[in-house]
Design a protein around this ligand. Structure first.
Ligand SMILES: [Fe+2]
Length: 297
């Protein structure tokens, strides 16, 4: 069987499963609301010292809401993340869900209080996502501030881990403002202004909700961490590729992406937007180990 034919059969099989009763239960209940994977990466990207071992837990796109990602699920995410004992925890934005299937908003104070239990020596940092900007930005920001969760919006902070310094920068959202034109947005991102705050040669990590900025992220950034795409959310190669919410489609959809020596990891995230269905991209927390020897999987 040729590769093209095999892919066509697999695509048809996945699509058939998705519309079956069992597939519907899996995509509408099991994958989005029960599964929670831990996906591990180990890398020493350019600029990061090989002898500086540090772990980062990454939470992204939780999209809290009742009934699909209720506060109990948020607490399970917190427990799962704490059990990894990371040195640093980052959240890549899209804290809330806004799709029309949401029955009740989870008050930002509730989920922010749950996140306040996240425990890492270097703390928790977050950026805001497009859904945070479009709907409840003010109350989300206030809840994060009240819970003492550090929000990086076009800001860079110099941190120290085991006596080694590194910069952690967070970008403003690239789709923050709707222009009034279908599908056209103006960003609140300021990459140049953010990088201008990096005043030493120490390694630099960049948090950016949407991956698309990676097309112009300079090599000065050792690693960019992004979410937003949900890995396609309903991902059947050859069938749903056109719905990937990135101007670069499959290129920036998911996983560890290396281009011209520059590194980005895109998380598939946890929650859902538009429809409360996930298929082919189980919710995940990432554990990224920088430097040192590979982690056991
Ligand atoms: Fe999202």
């Amino acid at each position: 069987m040729s590769l093209v034919t095999r892919r066509t059969v697999l695509t048809a099989g996945a699509a058939g499963f998705l519309v079956s009763a069992g597939g519907g239960a899996y995509a509408g209940l099991i994958e989005p609301t029960i599964l929670l994977d831990v996906t591990r990466y180990q890398l020493t990207p350019p600029g990061w010292p090989a002898d500086h071992e540090m772990t980062i837990a990454v939470i992204s796109d939780v999209h809290a809401n009742e009934p699909y990602v209720p506060i109990g699920r948020v607490k399970r995410i917190v427990e799962t993340t704490n059990a990894l004992k990371p040195d640093l925890i980052v959240h890549l934005g899209d804290h809330e869900a806004t799709h029309r299937f949401v029955r009740r908003r989870v008050d930002p104070k509730e989920w922010a209080a749950a996140y306040a239990d996240l425990d890492a020596p270097l703390g928790l940092f977050t950026v805001l996502g497009n859904h945070d900007w479009w709907h409840n930005r003010r109350s989300i920001r206030a809840a994060l501030d009240r819970a003492k969760i550090r929000v990086l919006e076009n800001e860079a902070e110099l941190l120290s881990h085991n006596g080694r310094r590194f910069w952690l920068a967070g970008l403003g959202d690239q789709l923050a403002h709707w222009t009034g034109q279908q599908g056209v947005f103006r960003g609140a991102d300021d990459l140049d202004g953010t990088l201008a705050q990096v005043t030493t040669d120490d390694p630099l990590l960049l948090l950016a909700h949407e991956p698309d900025i990676f097309a112009r992220t300079p090599a000065r950034v050792s690693l960019q961490l992004s979410g937003h795409t949900h890995g396609g959310q309903i991902y059947i190669p050859g069938l749903t590729d056109r719905f990937i919410p990135s101007g670069y489609g499959e290129r920036f959809r998911y996983g560890h992406i290396v281009e011209n020596g520059r590194h980005m990891i895109v998380s598939g995230g946890i929650g859902m937007s538009i429809v409360p269905i996930r298929f082919g991209v189980p919710p995940e927390v990432l554990l990224i180990k920088l430097g040192g020897s590979p982690v056991a999987v």
